[in-house]
Ligand binder design. Structure first.
Ligand code: DGY
Length: 320
């Protein structure tokens, strides 16, 4: 019997075709609607390989019923949606899609920074609603990006790519990371700062740290209170790193200038979410890696990883 693969979202046929030549492939039939918990629970008990999206939660309980499962390949660089500790204990390989999305995600982070600081969303909304009645000297004024200081929390590959962009804007770059990175400091001309110091000095704070027990709620009321009133907060890794109640308070009461959010505590974010009512929030729906080329390249990495494991080879991009 051929090994079987379940794909939790409808993906392009040409990408899935190489898997179909070798394995029995079943695929959830919607691109927009996530696989139901019931279907995922049923499939995981049967298949040899699971191709997941970052929106699928694969917890210990689910993994315990996965008697044939050999590999989970996640369409993302982040893999906090999978209980990797449990997978490791059970000998299930987990892979992700790093590197190929670095520059695309950095583009989004920097774009969100520009949009937030220069208030693109408010200006565009006004224009579309007929509110642009005359050019006004101080209308839609925001904060400068060039020549300011950016503080990057999480200096991994995407952090470095954001730092390179910042240098092109003549910015000073501070970073905070679990461990100091002397080579990165040397190569990109960036300076390490303790978290509080970074928050106090940065004009723009960009969160790129992975979501872990240590980073959960790392930016709360106290931390937001340290930021400049003129500063922006750009959140691009995982929503749970920022306390959204505290962020709402900081934005509503103008303790910081604005926030650019690609990620949220709960995704999809409910349309009535308090943060979405604030004009100083620029929000996009977790699109960091969303360019056609990058998403297709990420998918190819998943295909290779699944094929390698099912054919007995060590996959690239193994996280456990
Ligand atoms: C990922 O792939 O984990 C990121 O969220 C990219 O947006």
């Amino acid at each position: 019997m051929k090994p079987s693969v379940f794909i939790t979202r409808k993906l392009p046929e040409e990408i899935v075709a190489p898997l179909k030549e070798k394995f029995t492939v079943r695929m959830w039939d919607s691109e927009d609607v996530a696989v139901t918990h019931a279907v995922l629970r049923e499939e995981i008990t049967q298949v040899d390989a699971l191709w997941t999206m970052l929106s699928d939660t694969i917890d210990r309980d689910m993994l315990e019923s996965a008697t044939n499962l050999k590999v989970i390949s996640n369409l993302a660089v982040g893999y906090n949606n999978i209980d990797t500790e449990a997978a490791n204990e059970m000998g299930i390989i987990v892979t992700n899609t790093p590197d190929v999305l670095t520059e695309t995600t950095a583009d989004l982070a920097f774009g969100l920074l520009l949009a937030t600081a220069r208030r693109f969303n408010t200006a565009e909304k006004e224009l579309r609603q007929g509110g642009w009645l005359s050019w006004t000297p101080m209308g839609f004024t925001g904060m400068d990006v060039h020549g300011t200081t950016v503080g990057i929390i999480g200096m991994g590959r995407i952090g470095e790519a954001v730092a390179r962009r910042a240098k092109g804007f003549n910015m000073d770059v501070l970073y905070h990371n679990r461990s100091r990175k002397p080579e990165t400091e040397e190569e990109y001309g960036v300076a390490f700062a303790e978290l509080d110091d970074l928050l106090q000095r940065a004009d723009h704070v960009v969160i790129l740290a992975p979501f872990t027990e240590e980073t959960k709620g790392m930016i709360g009321g106290r931390e937001l209170g340290l930021m400049k009133k003129t500063a922006t907060l750009i959140s691009v890794s995982r929503g749970c790193i920022v306390d959204e109640v505290a962020l709402y308070d900081a934005l509503k009461n103008k303790k910081i200038f604005g926030a650019g959010l690609d990620v949220f505590e709960t995704e999809p974010v409910p349309v009535r979410h308090p943060l979405l009512t604030l004009p100083n929030v620029t929000a996009v729906p977790h699109i960091g890696s969303a360019s056609v080329k990058t998403r297709l390249t990420m998918m190819k990495l998943n295909v290779d990883a699944i094929t390698d494991v099912l054919e007995g080879r060590e996959p690239a991009n193994r996280v456990v």
